[in-house]
Design a protein around this ligand. Structure first.
Ligand SMILES: *Cc1c(COP(=O)(O)O)cnc(C)c1O
Length: 426
């Protein structure tokens, strides 16, 4: 049974519009149909993905996409913005209420743009920033040499304990005192536990650093009351709207009233031009959905499912990083099944289980990162998580060959399971 009302509504795009697209551009129509089918026929276990509601898709595909709107509501550089201004004001009010934030900026085009704006508001090029090292689950924007962050700032990375996989706060504290960063970033692409925001705040205060929470992953759980909120602790919270939060692809920033103006100017005009008003309207829709009791149930089910899936994968012999999860995220090392993360990902993809590799806290092999946000939106529950673990282990165990007979069998079972939980029934 689907967890949310949204998941039971009719699929988008509207059939009439789609027929027009198909006539005009059959090649692109074919890609969209194929991708829609691919998403429905496999198990989407990429921890950063989800299925937005038809209402969100409708806002995204609306003529608001035509509107230029540089600036902020009531202060735009273009005429005719009265109606899109209303959409942005609604989005801002809803997200402030949802997270109890004094100020919100809903314009960042992505999570990375939100982080760029946060750095621009708080730092100068050459400043030192302490963040989780990329080898342990830090994001590109946490100092990758191939990203603006690594080029413009001096990043110092904290890690996780090789044994427990947990953040070692003594190490964070020691690095902060040694390098005196201007900012400390907490948040990761794969850490399955809650950061201790209070401890991060304390360390930041001791060394006079500001605290940036990059909560792209857990923010949807926070919205649903299934994870602690960074809002009371961090100076600035950056997030995406498209992960567990289940909105359109995009970013957002929450902060106190004291930083409101600096954050707004760091987004526009410093790092972005015109706001994407169709996406902002879709964000408003998603924030409205996230404020419902059904979304709270969803967020708690996401975590319950992840716990069951982590336990079931451990029972299949996989090494579960940190010994479990508090979130939608699970990290596993498939080595005990005789395969590394990279080839496991290939075999799993061939079987229709779509997921990512991730850093391992030890050695230089790769693990597997998976998440339960999308399958939970489809209405899957704890029984299905056990089934997914069985299919996962079958696909990677015993030297199964990509495209081999066994993979084909698993693929058929995956298709049957997914087929019972259509993301867009109707
Ligand atoms: C996903 C993510 C981002 C970036 O989001 P994009 O929308 O892909 O730019 C940034 N930081 C963290 C921790 C993330 O998980």
């Amino acid at each position: 049974m689907p967890v949310t009302a949204a998941a039971t509504a009719a699929p988008a795009p509207a059939p009439a519009d789609f027929e027009a697209l198909r006539r005009q551009d059959p090649r692109i129509a074919e890609v969209i149909l194929g991708e829609t089918a691919r998403q429905a026929e496999g198990l989407q276990l990429i921890a950063a993905e989800n299925f937005t509601s038809p209402a969100v898709l409708a806002a995204l595909g609306s003529p608001l996409a035509n509107k230029y709107a540089e600036g902020y509501p009531g202060a735009r550089h273009h005429g005719g913005c009265e109606l899109v201004d209303a959409a942005e004001r609604i989005a801002v009010e809803r997200v402030k209420d949802l997270f109890g934030a004094e100020h919100a900026n809903v314009q960042p085009h992505s999570g990375s743009s939100a982080v760029l704006a946060a750095y621009a508001a708080l730092l100068r090029p050459g400043d030192t920033v302490l963040a989780m090292g990329l080898a342990y689950g830090g994001h590109l924007t946490h100092g990758s040499p191939s990203n603006f962050s690594g080029r413009w700032f001096d990043f110092v990375g904290y890690g996780v304990d090789a044994e427990s996989g947990l953040i070692n706060y003594d190490e964070v504290d020691a690095l902060a005192h040694r390098d005196r960063p201007k900012a400390i970033v907490c948040g990761s692409i794969s850490y399955p536990r809650h950061p201790d925001y209070a401890v991060f705040r304390e360390i930041a205060d001791e060394v006079g650093a500001c605290l940036i929470a990059d909560a792209a992953h857990p923010i949807g759980l926070v919205a649903g009351g299934a994870a602690p909120s960074p809002v009371p602790y961090a100076d600035v919270v950056c997030a995406t709207t498209h992960k567990v939060l289940r909105g359109p692809r995009g970013g957002m920033i929450l902060c106190g009233a004291d930083l409101a103006e600096r954050i707004d100017r760091a987004v526009f005009p410093f790092s972005q031009g015109g706001a994407q008003m169709h996406t902002i309207a879709a964000k408003a829709v998603a924030f409205g959905e996230a404020a419902t009791p059904a979304f709270g149930e969803y967020a708690h089910q996401v975590v319950a499912n992840a716990r069951v899936l982590a336990d079931a994968l451990a029972a299949e012999g996989l090494e579960v990083l940190t010994g479990g999860t508090d979130t939608h995220l699970i990290g596993v090392d498939p080595a005990p099944l005789g395969v590394d993360g990279r080839s496991a990902r290939g075999r799993l993809a061939a079987a229709g289980l779509v997921l990512d590799t991730c850093a391992l806290p030890y050695g230089d092999g790769r693990g597997i990162r998976l998440g339960t946000a999308a399958v939970t939106t489809q209405g899957m529950g704890e029984a299905e998580m056990g089934r997914i673990a069985t299919l996962f282990a079958k696909a990677v165990r015993d030297g199964a060959e990509e495209g081999g007979e066994l993979i084909g069998k698993v693929r058929a079972e995956v298709r049957e399971l997914a087929g019972r939980f259509p993301p867009y029934p109707g």
